[in-house]
Design a protein around this ligand. Structure first.
Ligand code: URA
Ligand code: SF4
Length: 481
């Protein structure tokens, strides 16, 4: 057995360098014991240091482009075998360069599932982190507690940094803690789960923790300690003072909700618990859009041109939700500008509605297609893709807080209600989406393009009838007749 050591759980550079050396030396994945930080090599007697690399030029290894993002994500997984699994996959790729395209291959499938689990966890962190305000000598600070499933704190912290750039905040987790002082992001060791002080001592304890961990003079020590195995953390002198904020304690978050500059309200309850809403803190639609431009939460981003985000005024009373951008939208970067969009525009115009006064978006923000010669043929997004993209829609709705959401087509319905519902039976009436928001279900405009000629006029008229139900919500958006 050979020992391979990484400096932290997410030491990507370390893994790359070590794996390269293992491959140069011809050491098989099964002969490597990986350890992180000061961790011992799991009680193995027969563990040797890696021999030096052989003399001569380093051999070239084949690293397909798609391997990098996969490995960068998988390395955040909590499974301690991930280092060896990635090593094994990279070895196989030397002989089978197109292996990553074989989704049914057990190794590929396993790593893809791991990456998916990591991405889901990142989504969850973005959605579930709730802050509580704490006053300290620097002014106000927001603190939250979150328990990630994987090692995602460092990778996900930039999301919060961009989103809450103007706030000072700290996210405490059992793995790592992230602290943003308005200028610099710092990471410190995690907080043991059982260290929760009671409500009264929360602030005081947090201050002690903060002083101990984020005092720059101690940062090095803190960083070193952070690499210690979990079981040693409780021996740290400051451990008993380390606070945690329990995510379920809604009362703690209320202050922050009240503080939100955009008249935000707490998350909406939706049918499916797996799809949490994100609190629209300092958020604006523009900021959200910028965020979504870099979204990689499902595979659809890769072949598409760009994220097509919703469009319209943040104060819109009515939000229209379609399925996903089409070919034209993908190229233009704007929703509903292609053939379906033109039909939609025509319907709005006939009802006297100014499109610029409503908000138009999609359940899925990237174009899913199948190349066919020069054409890119629309493909219906899979349930997992709709689910992955739902936080974006939820955040749009949470920011806009429309009075009415119009779901156009089955995908929009699934995303909004968290389950599929027959459009034929649901259309034609304003229903409740959740407290304070109504919903209206109708067909997707592209259905009107596809339907047989004999039914076109009739179906279009029905679509108009449905949309007419939105008019009472659209008083401001109607043109003076
Ligand atoms: N279809 C949609 O659902 N959305 C668009 O943006 C365009 C076509
Ligand atoms: Fe992200 Fe949605 Fe695009 Fe998937 S489709 S990458 S979830 S924006």
């Amino acid at each position: 057995m050979f020992a391979a050591r990484l400096s932290s759980q997410t030491d990507w550079d370390g893994w790359r360098g070590t794996t390269r050396r293992l491959m140069t030396l011809g050491i098989a994945p099964g002969d490597v014991a990986w350890a992180v930080g000061g961790e011992r090599h799991g009680g193995l007697f027969d563990v040797h240091d890696l021999p030096p690399p052989p003399p001569g030029p380093e051999p070239e290894f084949r690293v397909p482009r798609a391997f990098i993002p996969l490995a960068e994500t998988v390395i955040l997984h909590r499974d301690s075998q991930r280092f060896a699994l990635l090593h094994a996959l990279l070895l196989r790729l030397q002989e089978e360069p197109r292996l990553l395209e074989v989704a049914s291959d057990p190794d590929v499938a396993r790593l893809a599932a791991m990456a998916k689990s990591v991405r889901r966890d990142q989504h969850k962190m973005k959605a579930f982190v709730r802050f509580r305000e704490i006053a300290d000598d620097g002014g106000e600070r927001f603190v939250s507690w979150f328990e990630p499933e994987h090692h995602i704190v460092e990778a996900t912290a930039p999301f919060f940094q961009r989103r809450f750039a103007a706030m000072r905040f700290t996210i405490l987790t059992p793995d790592r803690c992230a602290d943003w002082d308005g200028r610099t992001m710092r990471f410190g060791p995690g907080v043991a789960k059982d260290q929760a002080p009671d409500e009264d001592r929360l602030e005081e304890a947090w201050r002690v923790y903060y002083a101990a961990i984020f005092n720059p003079a101690r940062l090095k020590v803190a960083a070193m300690r952070s690499e210690m195995p979990v079981k040693y953390w409780r021996n740290l002198p400051e451990a008993p003072l380390i606070p945690v904020l329990i995510a379920s304690s809604q009362a703690r978050t209320d202050t922050m909700i009240d503080k939100a500059p955009t008249d935000a309200r707490p998350n909406r309850q939706r049918a499916e618990p797996a799809a949490p809403s994100l609190l629209p803190m300092a958020g604006t639609i523009e900021a959200l859009k910028a965020e979504a431009a870099g979204c990689r939460a499902c595979p659809l981003w890769a072949p598409a041109t760009q994220t097509v985000f919703g469009e319209g005024p943040a104060g819109a009373r009515v939000v229209f939700v379609g399925e996903q951008p089409g070919d034209k939208e993908d190229l233009a970067g704007r929703p509903f500008v292609g053939p379906a969009g033109q039909l939609f525009d025509r319907a709005l115009a006939e009802l006297g509605v100014d499109r610029l006064k409503v908000y138009v978006t999609n359940a899925v923000k990237h174009f899913k297609f199948e190349p066919r010669g020069k054409l890119r043929l629309h493909k219906t997004p899979a349930a997992g893709e709709v689910r992955a993209c739902r936080p974006w829609l939820e955040q749009e709705l949470a920011l806009i807080r429309p009075d009415l959401v119009v779901a156009m087509g089955a995908t929009a319905v699934t995303s909004l209600f968290g389950k599929s519902m027959p459009i034929g039976k649901t259309r034609g009436a304003v229903i409740d989406l959740d407290a304070g928001t109504k919903a209206l279900v109708t067909v997707h405009p592209s259905y009107l393009l596809r339907v047989e000629d004999a039914y076109k006029a009739q179906e279009y008229a029905r679509f108009l009838d449905d949309l007419r139900l939105a008019l009472p919500f659209l008083a401001d958006a109607r043109k003076a007749a």
